[in-house]
Design a protein around this ligand. Structure first.
Ligand code: BGC
Length: 337
């Protein structure tokens, strides 16, 4: 009899474990072929290893598909969702739905509206302040031009006291694209620099699109820009590829690197600091970038998911949580110097 009841208890607990998976977290990402998201997702996967079981799904850049994936994860009794929304305005419906099911959610990288964040107390956001990246990018460029707005150095190639600039913008409506584009210009103006923005074009964070966009800009027949400011590294790399093909970077001694003092090149600045761009900085093609600190973001996201699973996001939580909802990760400048 005693053995029979031990068996019954064992069987029941195995059944319970099967029907409601323990520590199951879903990670939804707007698309798979985004250079920055690749680094961030890799790090989230590494951080979750051994802590909780993580089910990663990519949403093919479609909010409809992402909503279906959310429904599937609800059905599979996922306990916490980590979501990089396709459409950040879609967060309203997502929060309402997850509140009904009592599934806490951590948004990241694409920031929902404040009013949507406030629909429920089990909603968090992990990200970075886009203003900071725009300002840091402008600071890197100002240093390159000699740090004196009234006397630009040799990088003002036509010596007109102004910087002819191309801006490559990320995805329309994404907070990082809108704010970085505006803030980088504001920072120059505030510091007294005159910049002529010869083009601001959207290339959706994408390397190939930026290649084509830059090609069109060069084809307009204007003089090559004195500066290219890109909202992210992937687009910066696309712009560099076409400019290299057009001979605007010339590795005259053929050593595979740009010697900036005596070879022809155009300063291009990105944002993100992904490994691919660090390589290009080392080779002298990308002038610099602003590090969008994905390793720290991944650590904060994983730690938060774990604390939610344990049912305690309290004062001991290792990252500062603003207004009970926001974890902000600082950007850092990155150049070879
Ligand atoms: C990054 C971009 C990335 C985008 C995706 C931005 O914060 O800087 O590289 O494509 O997020 O949402």
């Amino acid at each position: 009899m005693k053995y029979l009841s031990i068996w019954v208890v064992l069987v029941l607990s195995v059944l319970a474990a099967c029907s409601s998976p323990r520590n199951s977290v879903g990670l939804l990402v707007y698309r798979e072929d985004d250079l920055f998201m690749r680094s961030l997702v890799n790090d989230i996967q590494k951080e979750s290893d051994g802590q909780f079981s993580l089910d990663t799904r990519f949403s093919l850049n479609s909010q409809v598909i992402q909503n279906e994936q959310i429904e599937n994860l609800i059905r599979e009794e996922t306990q916490v969702l980590i979501i990089n929304p396709v459409d950040r305005l879609g967060a309203y419906a997502v929060v309402k739905r997850l509140k009904m099911e009592n599934i806490p959610v951590i948004f990241f990288n694409r920031e929902p509206l404040r009013s949507d964040m406030e629909l429920w107390d089990q909603v968090w956001y992990v990200g970075a302040k886009a203003e900071q990246s725009g300002r840091m990018q402008a600071e890197l460029a100002m240093e390159l031009f000699g740090s004196d707005p009234d006397s630009l150095n040799e990088f003002d190639r036509n010596d007109d006291g102004r910087i002819q600039t191309v801006i490559l913008k990320g995805e329309q409506g994404h907070q990082d694209a809108e704010i970085r584009t505006a803030m980088v210009q504001t920072a120059f103006q505030e510091a007294g620099y005159s910049i002529d923005v010869i083009a601001v074009e959207t290339a959706n964070w994408n390397r190939n699109e930026a290649y084509e966009t830059m090609e069109e800009i060069l084809d307009r027949g204007v003089n090559p820009p004195e500066l290219v400011l890109s909202n992210n590294d992937a687009m910066a790399l696309g712009a560099i590829s076409i400019m290299r093909q057009r001979g605007l970077f010339s590795d005259t001694n053929g050593n595979g690197k740009m010697e900036r003092t005596d070879e022809e090149w155009i300063p291009v600045l990105g944002i993100d600091g992904v490994p691919e761009s660090v390589e290009q900085i080392e080779a002298g093609y990308l002038y610099g970038t602003v590090h969008n600190d994905y390793s720290t973001m991944a650590k904060a996201i994983a730690a938060l998911a774990e604390s939610i699973l344990e049912g305690r996001v309290d004062d001991d939580f290792p990252y500062e949580i603003i207004d009970g909802k926001y974890i902000w990760v600082d950007y850092k400048t990155f150049t070879l110097d």
